[in-house]
Design a protein around this ligand. Sequence first.
Ligand SMILES: Nc1nc2c(ncn2[C@@H]2O[C@H](COP(=O)(O)OP(=O)(O)O[C@H]3O[C@H](CO)[C@@H](O)[C@H](O)[C@@H]3O)[C@@H](O)[C@H]2O)c(=O)[nH]1
Ligand SMILES: [Mg+2]
Length: 195
Amino acid sequence: MMINKKVRNIQQKLLSDNYYILNRVTFDYLMPSGHWVNQMREVYDRGDGAGILLYNKAKKTVILIKQFRMPTYLSDNEDGSLIEIAAGMLDKDNPEACIIRETEEETGYRLKKVKKVYEGYSSPGVMTEKMHFFVGEYTEAMKVNEGGGLDSEAEDIEVMEIPFDRAVEMLHKGEIVDTRTIVLLQYAIIHKLIE
Ligand SMILES: Nc1nc2c(ncn2[C@@H]2O[C@H](COP(=O)(O)OP(=O)(O)O[C@H]3O[C@H](CO)[C@@H](O)[C@H](O)[C@@H]3O)[C@@H](O)[C@H]2O)c(=O)[nH]1
Ligand SMILES: [Mg+2]
């Protein structure tokens, strides 16, 4: 941890801990020219996350979810709804336990086994978050409730079971614009999860 000799004098100033943590971080950075320059970054820390692509080989389907995402609505997403993989923030549990819990809350399927495929920083210039990516097979027998998210968190999640071919078409037509979902659909294509 923190062994980079080109970086020193890191200072953090808390800008907000209203919900998660936003810090203003200043530091000195040694340029290739040999000069130290003072730099500033605002860094958002809301912990790490996990996401999963659920797929069924026999039915040749995947499960995605649709929900309202305010930041995209403030950007250019017309009605603010976004098609995504099931995903959640790690509380104190490990990524695997987290994704199994989130899958049940959001989609209604209780998985026993998941496969970790990637780890990656979500938005490395801005936030600390690292995402843990999983894939998992689901069957009708694993369905324990309707999903839809937690009322206590005011979640309104639509569960979408769709043919894998349709998901790939949506990907290629630009109807899927969540990076994490793009990553896992591409994983499924590359590794022929469904044929
Ligand atoms: N009041 C309040 N509640 C919040 C706020 N931010 C999040 N929440 C609550 O925290 C819940 C988080 O639900 P999760 O399912 O755990 O997380 P997520 O929003 O699906 O996040 C996943 O996707 C993100 C990408 O959009 C990832 O960044 C994240 O790591 C995770 O994978 C939300 O439903 C909401 O109730 C906030 O600023 N204020
Ligand atoms: Mg979620």
